[in-house]
Write a protein that binds this ligand. Structure first.
Ligand code: UDP
Length: 501
């Protein structure tokens, strides 16, 4: 419609570059890319953001906000043909996959079907595309870029530290001759000694039948002109530089992108509609002392079994610290509700606890002065959101890149304490009898993190990093400059018609 196209109409004759953004439909991947779309648009570029009908409906208020602000972002919902890969209708986001990793490969196959519809759409668009930025898991977009003779940039929704370690792991197949999954294996060529056992590596998120797609990913990523990491230079310059050398191509750190959400409404509606009224949440936080509240949330994918949730709750209760605890819709089993209500957990802690059932306005919460700690699963977005807001962490990795993020948080940045898990969970095949962490350990770690004296150095470092994060995104900061430079580069390529690498 005209209103949707509004932002494009005045730019069609100009040299405004047109970025096509293709995320992986998973909260941890789409959320930062939506931020990226806003950043590029705020810096003067046109953006087409590929989504699906169901995902678009979840971010309705963000789409509306972009329209109302006349931002040149167009959200393009392409059909997601679940049935073609034998997936149940509505499996349009990783957090909808009932069996987790079991359905991952089929999900990825559906993503590949978007290639032709996207090409047809772009052919008809009055402003030709000038650059594709797509998630590392979406290699089919390489072909889209070639059809239009434009560059593709790969988006890594993680840090350079973890990207480098992960890429070395796959390149050198370091676990091939190591039968024991718990044996620490050195990461060759890493800028300093680092050993990681297989079950704490990125391979802990390997899906059955994924080999072909995995190989395609590696092949297409090597053809890309550069890589964008969701990070900032001052946080990890050693790893950004080393990753650049390793890839022999430019690595762009343009984050922390979550900082582009300036107003509370925007913060509160990231990824999904929050399941708690913002006002209620803010009023509760306002009533709490500075840095006194622990925030507990495990991201969009990790699923905690009831026994484990109860141990967490009892540990939090025993710590006597105020807390906000997010229990996801998927975790919201009758057993847990019964325990919360009939066994009176919620009643016992009601004067110092807020339980959020479903989707929490995480960035809004983390940015509140009352938050003093974050018990996190170490998803990279959660990690960087915590860093931006100078909040130290208790690290409880579950799978995938999360153990590497834990090493980065605790050993490199020194702004966290480990809860003490040493092996990953297979996503979607969680063992309902298995408790990874006992209530006593939860209590002990909460007290350790929140302790004023013991935690002082951690808080000082977290404060410094938060300041650096904000500076990076401000005018003249490193990420700000990188975004400008990226747009300029694409513009020059567009002007000179020099699309080749
Ligand atoms: N998130 C949120 N509310 C929730 C759960 C998650 O806003 O209740 C957001 C969170 O702020 C982050 C993203 O969802 O931006 C989760 O990404 P992350 O990389 O931390 O973890 P993943 O979900 O990919 O495991």
């Amino acid at each position: 419609s005209r209103s949707v196209m509004n932002g494009f109409s005045h730019g069609s004759q100009s040299k405004q570059p047109h970025f096509v953004l293709v995320p992986l439909m998973a909260q941890g991947h789409t959320i930062p890319m939506i931020d990226m779309a806003h950043l590029l648009a705020n810096h003067g570029a046109l953006v087409t953001f590929v989504t699906t009908p169901l995902n678009a409906s979840r971010i309705e208020s963000i789409i509306q906000h972009a329209k109302d602000s006349q931002l040149p972002i167009q959200f393009l919902p392409l059909p997601f043909n679940c049935a073609k890969a034998g997936l149940p209708e509505g499996s349009e986001n990783l957090d909808n996959l009932r069996t987790g990793l079991q359905e991952f490969t089929a999900f990825m196959e559906v993503c590949f079907l978007n290639k032709d519809p996207l090409i047809s759409y772009l052919r008809e668009h009055k402003t030709p595309p000038s650059c594709v930025i797509s998630d590392v898991t979406q290699p089919w977009t390489g072909e889209v870029a070639r059809v239009f003779g434009i560059p593709r940039l790969v988006f890594m929704p993680i840090s350079a530290f973890t990207s480098l370690c992960g890429d070395i792991t796959s390149l050198h197949k370091i676990y091939d001759n190591v039968p024991d999954e718990n044996e620490p294996v050195p990461i060759p060529g890493f800028p300093h000694p680092l050993e990681v056992p297989k079950n704490q590596s990125i391979l802990s998120f390997s899906a059955p039948g994924f080999e072909k797609i995995g190989a395609k990913m590696i092949e297409e990523n090597s053809k890309s002109v550069g890589v964008i990491v969701s990070s900032f230079q001052e946080l990890e310059s050693l790893y950004v530089d080393s990753y650049e050398k390793f890839l022999e191509k430019k690595v762009w750190a343009i984050g922390p992108m979550c900082l582009q959400n300036k107003d509370l409404k925007q913060m509160a509606s990231r990824g999904n509609k929050a399941s708690i009224d913002e006002e209620r949440c803010l009023n509760w936080l306002d009533s709490m002392q500075n840095a006194s509240v622990l925030f507990v949330n495990f991201g969009s994918l990790a699923r905690s079994v009831p026994l484990q949730l109860m141990e967490i709750g009892l540990g939090l209760e025993a710590s006597r610290k105020p807390f906000i605890w997010v229990i996801k819709a998927g975790d919201k089993m009758p057993e847990i509700e019964q325990w919360l209500i009939e066994e009176k957990f919620e009643e016992r802690v009601k004067d110092r606890c807020l339980i959020i059932r479903g989707w929490a306005p995480q960035v809004m919460i983390l940015s509140h002065r009352a938050i003093g700690g974050f018990l996190t699963h170490c998803g990279w977005n959660s990690t960087i959101e915590s860093i931006c807001n100078s909040v130290p962490m208790i690290t409880w990795p579950h799978f995938g890149d999360q153990f590497l993020n834990e090493i980065f948080i605790v050993d490199v940045l020194k702004i966290g304490v480990r809860i003490g898990v040493d092996k990953s969970i297979v996503w979607g095949s969680e063992n309902s009898d298995e408790v990874m962490v006992r209530r006593d350990d939860v209590e002990r770690k909460v007290l350790e993190l929140m302790d004023e004296e013991e935690g002082l150095q951690r808080r000082v470092r977290a404060r410094e990093l938060g300041d650096k994060a904000k500076k990076a995104m401000e005018e003249g900061g490193s990420s700000y400059k990188n975004i400008e430079l990226l747009i300029q580069l694409v513009q020059e390529r567009m002007l000179s018609k020099d699309y080749e690498k």
